[in-house]
Ligand binder design. Structure first.
Ligand code: PLP
Length: 399
């Protein structure tokens, strides 16, 4: 037997790991309602027409070559303009790197920053690659708590306790996956202040930045005076183009503290050659183009958010914070006597009610006894799922 790498074998991705048992049921003819993956393209959301046209046109016009490793200059300029409009950041195209979506930006940032023995602060709960990828690079993800009763805002004191001489940065995900939290301006400022105290960069995942319901997203990039910030964003959520795999990172680094990290990231960018060329033309059209589609899509999402939140509140044995951004709700399992843990709960829901959620512990230790529901599908589907789930809970709690 040829042995695989232990690093790779240690990787877990809860969101997709739960699909295998769902598939087994589907093979037997069971109709499973999948509420596990945050992919708008699977439902009634598509990238806007002008982006689709630009993508097709780029292919037809022969833009099918390798581009520069850092991304096309026109796109980097469009990113500068978009980020100036959104965050008021003082950056140039030289500060921008185009990536194969935020996932590759994460590989670049962790790969460029971390050596074995280093650690980095990541939120708990958080999007699984923040733990899995950091470990893959031989470093230690240190999970800081976010406080459910406080709308899942980060616990700054907990962050402080985790910092030591091998800490290389603080990562925040805002709006958050899986909690749907939107961080208050004072929280973002407190993270920056803490990072400044220990001379650490802030790594800011802003992939859901314009997907908010009541409040508005505040970037650390727009507040920093001296603390280096690496912002990551892309086409997957706000531009509804998950499958195009295009994103970017940029540096807001007023004192040039990231010069060497930038060089390391550029080495990683060169060894993977370049991002998808025609998709970059679509990105230019998207970032420079009209955003009226987003208003329509956000109105649909808000209706779905309101619906799911109402239903979740009415179901016995669970409770939830109201999501302020993204398209997830992360309820807590309050009645725990019927299950061994949150995974056992999610599997029971799957096999009994035929609805697929993701177990909260798959998002880190603060996710224990929680589960994530994706509310992207139309209300009719959410209704069917919640009817099944409610009947399941009532039955279990009566047993
Ligand atoms: N970051 C967060 C917080 C996410 O929720 C996701 C996808 O769900 C990603 C990054 C991955 O995004 P991309 O499609 O840009 O790789």
């Amino acid at each position: 037997m040829i042995t695989p790498s232990k690093k790779a074998m240690g990787i877990e991705y809860a969101i997709r790991d739960v699909i295998l048992p769902a598939r087994e049921l589907e093979k037997k003819g069971v109709d499973v309602i999948r509420l596990n993956i945050g992919d708008p393209g699977k439902y009634d959301f598509q990238p806007p027409e002008h982006m689709q046209e630009a993508y097709c046109r780029a292919i037809k016009e022969g833009h099918n070559y390798y581009g520069p490793s850092e991304g096309l200059p026109e796109l980097r300029e469009a990113i500068v303009q978009r980020e100036k409009r959104k965050n008021g950041v003082d950056i140039t195209a030289d500060d921008v790197r185009v990536t194969a979506a935020v996932t590759e930006a994460l590989q670049f940032v962790f790969g460029g920053l971390l050596d074995p023995g280093d650690n980095i602060l990541v939120p708990s709960p958080s999007y699984p690659p923040y733990v899995g990828l950091v470990k893959f690079y031989g470093a230690e993800p240190r999970e800081y708590m976010t406080v459910e009763e406080n709308g899942w805002q980060p616990d700054i004191d907990d962050m402080r306790k985790l910092i030591d001489e091998r800490t290389k940065g603080i990562a925040i995900i805002n709006p958050n996956n899986p909690t749907g939290a939107l961080y208050e301006k004072k929280t973002v400022k407190a993270v920056l202040d803490l990072a400044g105290e220990y001379d650490l960069p802030v790594i800011s995942d802003e992939i859901y930045d314009l997907m908010t319901y009541e409040g508005k997203h505040v970037s650390p990039g727009s507040l920093t005076k001296d603390v280096p910030v690496i912002v990551m964003n892309g086409l997957s959520k706000v531009y509804f183009a998950t499958g195009w795999r295009l994103g970017y990172l940029y540096y807001v680094d007023p004192e040039g503290k990231l010069a060497e990290v930038r060089e390391a990231i550029d080495k990683l960018a060169r060894i993977r050659v370049c991002p998808n060329t025609p998709a970059q033309f679509a990105a230019i059209a998207g970032l420079n183009g009209p955003m009226d589609y987003l208003e329509r899509y956000m109105a649909k999402l808000k209706e779905r958010r309101d619906y799911i939140y109402k239903r979740v509140q009415e179901i016995p044995g669970i409770s939830a914070q109201k999501p302020q951004g993204a398209f997830y709700v992360f309820p807590r399992i309050d009645e725990r006597s019927k299950w061994k843990n949150d995974f056992d709960f999610v599997m029971d829901v799957l096999h009994e009610a035929h609805v697929l959620f993701v177990h909260g512990s798959g998002f880190g230790r603060a996710g224990d006894w929680h589960f994530r529901i994706v509310f992207l599908p139309p209300v009719e589907i959410l209704e069917k799922a919640m009817d099944r789930f409610e009947a399941f809970m009532k039955k279990r709690l009566a047993e």
